[in-house]
Design a protein. Structure first.
Length: 451
């Protein structure tokens, strides 16, 4: 059964039922998690080596941001096509091709010394990365009972975030000890080996179970319109838009330069804080996953709470007259870590609001939103640093970073408006179909009576 928040999410009787996940199911999931870990490593690989990237290619903050912006732009633009392709040919082939494309991109980044070559490399990394998470979600849906899918999706995202630690510590150490080319060629080789393993070992669905078949009917444009017309899809889009961009800005590019060149932390402390961000994300994921599972009609509360704590934490740090105390930076990093688990609530809205044959299309559509917001955030931060003449490793300044990071508030405002508007529309549709969402006052009164 689905969470039942929209008329299209009532039942999943057309999906195979699994009394208990098999050993093969856990093996398939493990390969999916490994692929996603490597996608996170590839996605965040420029964050820890931002200064080295700037020096290698001789670029300023705006151009450095453009590397990440291009990568995220490709990722976001490909989410809907990838979802449609997944619904047609299944996750194994899409996942394998995605890993191969990322390997090609990291290999090109290892050997090129030109800015156009670096742009081409990040284009390939973004294109390959775009296939990974939605493919893993599709494997989870195929191999595990529907009631386990939301929690297992959260766990997948949590484990994969440890790829950020790989990019912050081992990859940076390799760049310093063995050089840029050795480090990124090594990452490309690992991606290639995992692609071969996935192609040989992963299957789209369990034996004796057929994959959901797309019914005959409208073409691609009409299917996209059908998915987007669902208010649950749009709520998922805005929930995914508003939550993760702060954490992505830190993880993908600006976290390490901000903490070291801006706040003046030693490299070891900055690495520790960015590693704690991953652990904090795991804790928030368990809390948010448990809340969403127990209160499916109140999942938007988790999204709004994540935005609230991020906005407050950033305001406290920005308000300091000088460098922020380490404990404030720790809280900021931890609050930003909640964005990843919060964004998965958006994917859950999209998944439970659409029929099985449109699951990947809806998930891809919602999944593009957070990366669109992150793209805009990276562009704005890079541009604002350059405007302040603080756009190179030699000119980074704390005041420059603080002013640039305030641009995140614009994205939070737009995203919250989108969440509230589409939540209201979804609840109207739910009411028309007999699903009552009690007002907050009624929930509080019920809780008080129980006490």
């Amino acid at each position: 059964m689905s969470t039942g928040i929209a008329p299209t999410s009532a039942t999943r009787t057309d999906r195979p039922t699994h009394p208990r996940p098999s050993t093969r199911a856990w093996l398939v999931w493990s390969f999916g998690v490994l692929a996603y870990i490597l996608a996170i490593v590839s996605r965040s690989s420029l964050s820890a080596v931002a200064a080295e990237t700037s020096d290698r290619f001789g670029v300023t903050a705006a151009t450095l941001s453009t590397f990440a912006v291009l990568q995220l732009g490709v990722y976001g633009a490909m989410q809907i096509p990838v979802g449609l392709i997944l619904d047609r040919i299944g996750p194994r082939r899409v996942l394998t091709v995605g890993l191969l494309v990322m390997a090609l991109g990291q290999g090109l980044l290892a050997v090129t010394e030109s800015v156009p070559g670096a742009f081409a490399a990040r284009f390939l990394v973004g294109a390959g990365d775009a296939t990974i998470f939605v493919s893993v979600v599709r494997l989870i849906i195929a191999w595990f009972p529907p009631r386990q899918a939301p929690l297992l999706t959260q766990v997948t995202g949590l484990i994969a975030q440890f790829g950020q630690i790989v990019s912050v510590i081992p990859l940076l150490a390799l760049v310093h000890s063995r050089g840029w080319t050795f480090a990124f060629l090594g990452l490309a080789l690992v991606l290639l080996l995992v692609a071969i393993a996935v192609g040989a070992s992963v299957r789209d669905h369990p034996p004796h179970h057929e994959a959901p078949v797309l019914p005959a009917g409208p073409g691609v444009v009409q299917r996209v319109r059908e998915v987007w017309s669902n208010p649950g899809t749009r709520l998922g889009f805005w929930a995914h838009f508003v939550t993760p961009h702060g954490g992505n800005v830190i993880a993908l590019l600006w976290g390490f330069p901000y903490l070291t060149a801006g706040e003046g932390l030693p490299i070891g402390q900055a690495q520790a804080l960015l590693s704690i961000q991953v652990v904090a994300g795991a804790v928030f994921g368990l809390l948010i996953g448990r809340f969403a599972g127990r209160h499916p009609l109140r999942r938007s509360w988790a999204v709004l709470a994540v935005v609230g704590i991020q906005a407050v934490a950033l305001a406290v740090v920005v308000a300091n007259p000088g460098p922020a105390p380490v404990w404030q930076l720790l809280i900021l990093v931890m609050c930003f870590a909640a964005g990843g688990p919060g964004s998965l609530v958006g994917l859950d809205f999209a998944r439970t609001s659409n029929p099985p044959h449109l699951t990947s299309s809806a998930t891809g559509m919602a999944n593009s939103a957070g990366f669109l917001a992150s793209l805009l955030a990276l562009l704005m931060i890079g541009a604002l640093l350059d405007v302040q003449n603080a756009g190179t490793p030699d000119t980074y300044s704390l005041e420059g970073f603080r002013i640039a990071f305030c641009s995140l508030y614009l994205l939070w405002l737009v995203g919250v408006v989108g969440v509230l508007h589409n939540r209201r529309r979804l609840r109207r549709v739910m009411a028309e179909n007999g699903v009552h969402v009690p007002p907050l006052r009624e929930v509080v009164n019920r809780y008080q009576r129980r006490r």
